[in-house]
Design a protein around this ligand. Structure first.
Ligand code: URA
Length: 189
């Protein structure tokens, strides 16, 4: 059953489905245009996100904003969220049971937003949504059509901050995302 945003928010903000609730400061549900054509999904909140309750506000988020701007988009035109809504301690990769516990929320977000294009930022969302066999360096930039939605795995912006060589392929991916939105007749995501 499709929920409503207030019901989903109420449920997520009170969530105790996994151990991450014990160490979080804030739940980070997601933000942006609730009817966006483009949804971007990261791994999980980092320190700044945990402190503010907002996704992608730290250094990686600032780079993501620049990449969106480079294809003519602002944060309020797209919807941004994560696989897990609570920060894993020390920014470790979320465990399988933590990801599984949070998946129902992501499914509801997708059902409410109804994006045409979903960008998986890094290997955690790419594997969770497209299959465990995905290797981000090998498989980034490839489109997958699932249930009428176009999925693209690309590098996580934090990876671009660590390795300059990833910036060029990531830029190609963002250009492909812009082209896909255009092809789908989307004016402002
Ligand atoms: N990295 C993520 O994957 N998500 C955020 O919200 C911030 C950093």
């Amino acid at each position: 059953m499709i929920t409503s945003w207030p019901t989903l928010a109420q449920e997520v903000f009170a969530c105790e489905r996994c151990r991450l609730c014990q160490t979080r400061t804030n739940v980070v549900l997601g933000e942006g245009n609730l009817h966006a054509s483009l949804m971007l999904i990261g791994e999980g909140p980092g320190q700044q996100e945990d402190l503010t309750g907002r996704p992608f506000v730290g250094a990686a988020g600032q780079l993501l904003d620049k990449m969106l701007a480079a294809i003519g988009l602002t944060r309020d035109q797209v919807y941004i969220c994560n696989i897990v809504k609570c920060r894993p301690p020390h920014n470790r990769v979320p465990e399988a049971d933590e990801r599984a516990a949070c998946m129902a929320y992501l499914r509801q977000q997708v059902a409410l937003v109804r994006p045409k294009v979903i960008v998986c930022l890094g290997s955690t969302p790419a594997r969770e949504l497209l299959g465990e066999e995905v290797r981000i360096t090998r498989d980034r930039g490839v489109w997958h059509l699932r249930k009428g939605v176009w999925f693209m795995p690309t590098f996580h912006p934090a990876a671009l901050l660590r390795d300059e060589d990833k910036k060029r392929p990531a830029w190609m991916d963002f250009q492909a995302i812009r082209d896909k939105l255009k092809e789908l007749g989307v004016d402002n995501a």
